[in-house]
Design a protein around this ligand. Structure first.
Ligand code: NAD
Ligand code: TYD
Length: 354
């Protein structure tokens, strides 16, 4: 079996759901169930004997030791993190605690467990750390896309905390020989994406008749990847990746934020036209920029294509259509995640911004 952390969040949940569509190997999920962790994402696995969900913190060494001894996983996939840049600007401490200190405790527990395995089990074992392209910093329009050799230049408390965790993972390989893999992926989108992030926020706000807040001039560029393509890439790295290596994952799909906003509006105009016949574009509002806002991310995903044979299955056109449709079909999920907690965040981040 494998142990997956952060599996009640956006990518983790997609990964676990997708895992069971491919094969029957059991999964133990460990998730703290923060505001971003949602049991509803894994509801379809409630009575599935292949899956166990444990509520807990990756920083809880005693719990980790117990889980590892009990379940004896052949691999760990570490998604658990605080993941939202704007939240890291308002309050960095949770990011330091989970992304850096939590990853450290997880690595320590895994190192002790791995040390007790047989020689063959040790060789076969993998610790896969899921990271982000944001650790590489920001590109100018003419710069080549990030390769795995690009220096680390994180600019936000979020990306700095992810960079620190990547360095710890690397050090545990070089110092202790732990067979680690690190993946650095670009922006994901798709089902179960928490509506604090751009694409789900646009869909949810459009349908609620609210403003569509565009930071600054809206010309910042992100490289978008449909979430199940990310999940497939992680499975591929887990299966075929060389221990100690880093793999960039991306969709070869750079788009300015304003283009994303226009695309989402056009799809909603098609699928669910407004009663007054106006386009959802009429809800766009330019608001104060994010402090230290990275201008451009772009991933060069040639290494994973060349060495492991992975490439994305979805185009942006197919992925974004599925995504918008999913949110239209899952309005119950949307209203359940918009708790008091969510409303407080929206007030904190957007009040006084326009
Ligand atoms: P998310 O915020 O939706 O989910 C994070 C999950 O981790 C939640 O279920 C949360 O409850 C859990 N968690 C948080 N702190 C924990 C702790 N201390 N112990 C155990 N569980 C904890 O995030 P996501 O978008 O699914 O991202 C998952 C991973 O992928 C993160 O490591 C993130 O840095 C990375 N990543 C995300 C993107 C993206 O576009 N979303 C892109 C590249 C990499
Ligand atoms: P986000 O989804 O938060 O991902 P990240 O910051 O990790 O790339 O934001 C994507 C882009 O959209 C980023 O350039 C910030 C911008 N953005 C807005 O313009 N308005 C918003 O309300 C949000 C949440 C993001």
């Amino acid at each position: 079996m494998i142990l997956v952390t952060g599996s009640a969040g956006f990518i983790g949940a997609n990964f676990v759901l997708d895992w069971f569509l491919q094969h029957d190997e059991a999964v133990v999920s460990l998730d703290k169930l923060t505001y971003a962790g949602n049991l509803e994402n894994l509801a379809s696995l409630k009575d599935d004997p292949r899956h166990v969900l444990v509520q807990g913190d990756i920083g809880d060494s005693a719990l980790l030791n117990k889980l590892l001894a009990l379940h004896r996983p052949r691999a760990i996939v570490n998604f658990a993190a605080e993941s939202h840049v704007d939240r890291s600007i308002h309050g960095p401490e949770d990011f330091i605690q989970t992304n850096i200190v939590g990853t450290f405790h997880l690595l320590e527990a895994v190192r002790a467990y791995w040390g007790g395995l047989t020689a063959q089990e040790k060789t076969d074992f993998r610790f896969l750390h899921v990271s982000t392209d944001e650790v590489y910093g920001s590109l100018s329009p003419s710069d080549p896309a990030f390769t795995e050799e690009h220096s680390y230049q994180p600019n936000s408390p979020y990306s700095a905390s992810k960079a620190a965790s990547d360095h710890l993972v690397r050090a545990y390989h070089h110092t202790y020989g732990l067979p680690v893999l690190t993946t650095n992926c670009s922006n994901n989108y798709g089902p179960y994406h928490f509506p604090e992030k751009l694409i789900p926020l646009l869909i949810v706000n459009s349908l609620a008749g609210k403003n569509l807040p565009v930071y600054g001039d809206g010309q910042q560029i992100r490289d978008w990847l449909y979430v199940t393509d990310h999940c497939a890439a992680i499975r591929c790295v887990l299966q075929k990746g060389r221990a100690g290596e880093t793999y960039n994952i991306g969709g070869w799909n750079e788009k300015a934020n304003l283009e994303i906003v226009h695309t989402v509006c056009a799809l909603l105009d098609e699928f669910r036209p407004r009663d007054d016949g106006l386009s959802y574009k009429s809800q766009i509002v330019f608001v104060a920029d994010r402090p230290g806002h990275d201008r451009r991310y772009a991933i060069d995903a040639s290494k994973i294509a060349r060495e492991l044979g992975w490439k994305p299955a979805e185009t942006f056109d197919s992925g974004i259509r599925k995504t918008v449709q999913w949110y239209l079909d899952n309005q119950g999920w949307v209203s359940n995640v918009q708790s008091g907690n969510y409303r407080q965040w929206v007030e904190k981040n957007y009040t006084g911004r326009s």
